[in-house]
Design a protein around this ligand. Sequence first.
Ligand code: PMP
Length: 443
Amino acid sequence: MTKVLHRALAQDYPVAASGRGVTITDAQGRDYIDASGGAAVSCLGHAHPDVLAAMHAQLDRLAYAHTSFFTTAVAEELGATLVTDAPPGISHVYFVSGGSEAIEAAMKMARQYFVERGEPQRTRFIGRKQSYHGNTLGALAIGGNEWRRRQFEPLLIETHHVSACFDYHGRRADESPGAYGERLARELAAEIDRLGPETVIAFVAETVGGATSGAITPVPGYFRQVREICDRHGILLILDEVMCGMGRTGTLHACEQEGIAPDLMTIAKGLGGGYAPIGAVLVAGHVYDAFAKGSGLFQHGHTYLGHPLAAAAALAVQRVIKRDRLLDNVTAQGAHLSRRLTERFGNHHHVGDIRGRGLFQAIELVADRGAKAPFDPKLKLHARIKREAMARGLLVYPMGGTIDGARGDHVLIAPPFIVDSDTVDVIVERLAEAVDAALSGLG
Ligand code: PMP
């Protein structure tokens, strides 16, 4: 019997034994196409020789040195690379071990920024409904995933939530995308006014929504208005690109496509591509300066900050992406994936929406296309699709998202950046079979 406390206690998980390229093989010798990179993590696929070589070399040199005693060449080099490639204004990088840790650090950094500047009355964060920022208590509090929050609600810090930019569900039939974006911006501005602008620390948003509702792209202009509103009130903008960032949408950072830069940005999954746990907060110069001119210390820290092995993995992953011009492949294969999904699901009775950017796409399952009505959550359609997909040798990331308080089902497709068009074709074929098998299982 297993002694591991698994995600679902009663579930029998296959044993993942090895991985190569886009394929994971289990202990029974069954192959799975890893079409979600786990949860949009494995951007280079598995066992990339250059990454393994860099990690081995780092291990031979030094596996660990505590950051209260040392920095390391590899962490410095990774930091310099990330700042060079960052959106305008970013001057420093704070390394952590994953996405939730990055959000916690960003929230504390934002709070301390205002303390350093003599504005300690700023205590409030505004996030968005239908968002996910992680499972630690601060990250849960700023997130809007109702199902994940519910039982922990009494433990969470005070946060406030406005509507997410969710074109499929949020935009009215008679509303243009531009007008929808303006309406959402007015909602944010009104919430800031209601709370008192001088009490708000930051607005936190995923640039492209991931784990709650699946590849939710913002309407054009939305984030530019958000940026303006934050600037008007001196409120920081924290963009969470843990899932959508590091090339997943075709540009290194998703916010590049919105024409804005954040004050703080969290990255994680694609940073290390799954070769080692690593996340980071990208820090704008004015935030760094407040610390440098103030206490000179960010009052935070974990044992594994800037872990040399994780930094070596991330540095190698990022070098390969650049050297092999893989973001071009993300854009090209993303367009191919989008075409194939539209061909296969565009007229499907139970697929209400096909959405996303680059190799970050999703389909949303609906009981009724006209009403955009979700299936009964008790049917757990997303879990059925996952089972049917795995039975066909396909890994996709199905979730039951939160839609207007109800739960809807969608499937996220996020293959590694090395994927080719033949593999994309197989992914979509297997997914179509899995969706139809799951639906027919409902009777
Ligand atoms: N933010 C976003 C946008 C995420 O998608 C996730 C993970 N799905 C997290 C934060 C939390 O990251 P982690 O699971 O590495 O703690």
